[in-house]
Design a protein around this ligand. Structure first.
Ligand code: SF4
Ligand code: SF4
Length: 502
């Protein structure tokens, strides 16, 4: 057992209000400079929708992530030999129109425009050429579906649903809409690392943060294609690739990443997860249906004595083990099994986790959607019983978070239903009736779990949401050695094993 520690972020999607404060906080700190204007290391998109860059989930076009064929795991983009041949030709890149031409406004027009019968306007100009442009797209152009079904219609995830369901979902009044905040997933099996011909991307051993070494990067942009989440960006000014750094300078000084710190909906939780790095190659190479289980099984119990002693042997600092014991991410992901990684079928073993949203399901119930024939639609209990039959949006959520495993989504939604019913009855009537207690039991939770889920979801303060480990900088490899010389640690080791003889 090779125990490693990973800083992980959990997103509770029911709480996201789509305010984009996280994106703006990140941009102001990291990407407010030339060549990085169009980079949104943190972005929030509306689902169903086309996302940013447009249709990033369409891996037929972008060839991101890994594929599992004939018992072997290989990059969808290409193997190593083909990668070298294709070094100067990579057609699987998003184009400028898939992002947007970065723009600014000529504010001086407001002061220098000649006298006229009309108000002066700040004219939009391209941030690249400085010439006036007509703005036709942007990073959240389809925010709230922009009042149109056009964006939802082009969602690649919807394409995998049967036609009848898709049509139901797209009926204008019934359209299900939710926000999906995204950052780099700091994956355990990162396709960006495996695809880089210069060996410029690496995963830090101490905390699992995936970084680009700007000195080694030669701008081949294989990482941009290989990342299935499109979370590496090319800086057109410096000719280097850049990506989310999980605010590691903030982490090292005991502060949460800026996106999490500033989150208005308080949807983000940050904590340490311990995992067994020896299991990375096998966990990434199981059938789709087993991917989530394989990944969750890699995450270790920080209270288990065997795990603790293996962690000590592997050099995980004591403070990190202690921090892992209080990690809110561990509680949601492993203890309560309420959270899942985004698109596990990409096989990068994404280490950011999401609690799927219950709200659109509740709305479906309230509106008596075709998929759920509930005359007494207001009854939480009735709805609870019918979760199994809800094909929509359960099937859609399964495409996002469980490689199509609907039972996994239903299990989570039932737990969340149960918590809502329990707390509602308790606060409205002062007692919890036998029926609701039975529903809680059937969801697999205990009343104690319900209270703790409720507290961590609704009432948690800063210290409970962000349990940050102490960084022992004096023990950190980068202070006494070139971090790249330690590439043989986690991430690279696994990737090398996986690529095998290629
Ligand atoms: Fe690399 Fe994963 Fe981040 Fe993409 S999401 S840049 S594959 S670590
Ligand atoms: Fe959602 Fe929080 Fe970002 Fe607002 S700041 S969009 S609530 S993740």
């Amino acid at each position: 057992m090779k125990v490693r520690a990973q800083i992980s972020v959990l997103f509770h999607l029911d709480k996201c209000i789509g305010c984009h404060t996280c994106s703006v906080a990140c941009k102001n700190i990291w990407t407010d400079r030339k060549g990085a204007e169009y980079m949104w290391w943190n972005n929030v998109e509306t689902k169903p929708g086309t996302g940013y860059p447009v249709r990033w989930e369409d891996q037929e076009t972008y060839r991101g992530g890994w594929e599992h064929k004939n018992g072997k795991l290989r990059l969808r983009l290409h193997g190593r030999p083909k990668g070298l041949v294709n070094l100067f030709y990579n057609p699987a890149l998003p184009k400028l129109k898939d992002y947007y031409e970065p723009f600014t406004f000529r504010y001086r027009n407001l002061f220098t425009a000649p006298a006229s019968g009309q108000q002066p306007a700040a004219e939009p100009v391209s941030a690249i050429t400085g010439k006036p442009i007509r703005i036709e797209s942007g990073p959240n152009w389809d925010d709230d579906l922009s009042g149109s079904g056009v964006f939802a219609k082009n969602d690649p995830v919807l394409e995998s649903l049967p036609g009848e369901l898709r049509d139901q979902m797209l009926e204008l009044e019934n359209v299900v809409m939710r926000y999906l905040p995204r950052i780099c997933n700091h994956c355990l099996n990162p396709a960006c690392v495996a695809a880089c011909p210069s060996g410029a991307i690496y995963k830090r051993e101490e905390d699992g943060v995936v970084l680009v070494n700007e000195e080694k990067c030669r701008g081949w942009r294989m990482c941009v294609s290989a990342c299935p989440y499109k979370k590496v960006y090319y800086n057109w000014s410096t000719g280097k690739s850049e990506k989310c750094i999980l605010c590691f300078p903030r982490l090292e000084t005991g502060q949460a990443p800026a996106c999490a710190h500033s989150c208005v909906g308080r949807i983000r939780y940050v904590g340490v997860l311990l995992y067994d790095a020896d299991r990375i190659p096998s966990a990434a190479a199981v059938e789709d249906t087993g991917l989530v289980d394989a990944q969750l099984n890699m995450i270790l119990d920080p209270r288990d004595e065997n795990v603790v002693s293996a962690a000590r042997e592997n050099g995980v600092p004591e403070g990190w083990i202690e921090s892992a014991r209080h990690s809110p991410v561990y509680r949601f992901v492993k203890e309560w099994r309420l959270a899942l990684p985004l698109h596990p079928e990409y096989r990068t073993l994404a280490m950011m986790f999401y609690v799927p949203p219950l709200s659109p399901v509740m709305n479906s119930v309230a509106r008596g959607k075709v998929e759920l024939n509930l005359p007494e639609a207001q009854s939480g209990l009735k709805a609870f019983q019918e979760v199994d039959d809800m094909r929509l949006p359960v099937r859609y959520l399964a495409r996002l978070f469980s490689a199509g495993d609907e039972a996994r989504i239903t299990e989570i939604l039932k737990k969340m239903f149960a918590v809502r019913m329990y707390k509602r009855e308790q606060s409205v009537t002062g007692r919890v009736g036998a029926e609701v207690q039975e529903a809680v039991r059937r969801s697999g939770l205990s009343p104690g779990d319900v209270e703790e889920i409720y507290r961590l979801t609704s009432l948690a303060d800063f210290e409970q949401r962000f349990v940050l480990p102490p960084y022992p900088r004096e023990q950190d490899a980068s202070t006494w050695a070139d971090p790249l010389s330690r590439k043989g640690g986690v991430g690279f080791t696994a990737v090398r094993e996986i690529l095998g003889g290629e």
